[in-house]
Design a protein around this ligand. Sequence first.
Ligand SMILES: C[S@@+](CC[C@H](N)C(=O)[O-])C[C@H]1O[C@@H](n2cnc3c(N)ncnc32)[C@H](O)[C@@H]1O
Length: 247
Amino acid sequence: MKELLRFSAVTLFPEMFETIKSEGVIAKAIKKNIIQLETVYLRDFADNIRKNVDDKPIGGGDGMVLRPDITEKAILSVKTDATFIINLTPSGKVFNNSIAKNIAKKSHVLLLCGRYAGYDARVIAKHAHLNLSIGDFVLSGGELPAMCFIDTVARFVPGVLGNQLSAELDSFENGLLEAPQYTHPENFSGMKAPDILFSGNHKKISDFTRKEQLKITAQNRPDLILEHWDSLSRQEKVLVEKIWKFS
Ligand SMILES: C[S@@+](CC[C@H](N)C(=O)[O-])C[C@H]1O[C@@H](n2cnc3c(N)ncnc32)[C@H](O)[C@@H]1O
């Protein structure tokens, strides 16, 4: 069994993490002692009575910047030789499942959750191993990105999901999006679930599912199809080209 994966989050809003600590997959994994999640309150390291942790940007500009000296004290309060430090920022590398799988093998991940204009660049240059963005949009703080990150990484830690196979069948795992899913009732609002799914014929169901995956990926994420183009069969390429031609 893999050793415990510990997440630490440097934040100005530690209470925000209570939601994932008390409910759902993360809460269960914490109870099972597979993962640990602690918050490091940045204001605890402030050196002034008002507990200010930010200051005006040097050179002018909008917003306040989180001070490097105070941030460093917060980092050093939990950092060990095994700590992998990630700065959450819209200007980072875009996060995905493949990054998540690699991080899931680590034993301690420290997440820097920014606010205002983010952290001073020097403390990031000195301590962070990776700058990570959760997508091409700007949120007002790094806490939601940190929780998205923790949830995604935890799914790849053995023992966190009841059935590890479910992560392997999810979107992106074979380079495609997941096929549409159906449950009972068979008929809903005049729409019947596809007949083939009732056939019990595993080969036919798996061929059907693969086609559905190709269709939805071609429609919504042509970039993924192009990335995996060489791994598609000739028939699959024809199907994709037809979808693109008529959409
Ligand atoms: C208002 S944002 C700062 C945005 C920064 N001025 C910029 O334009 O890149 C405040 C904090 O929210 C977090 N944040 C916002 N959007 C994010 C994203 N897409 N991915 C990761 N973190 C994000 C970061 O921690 C950031 O320091």
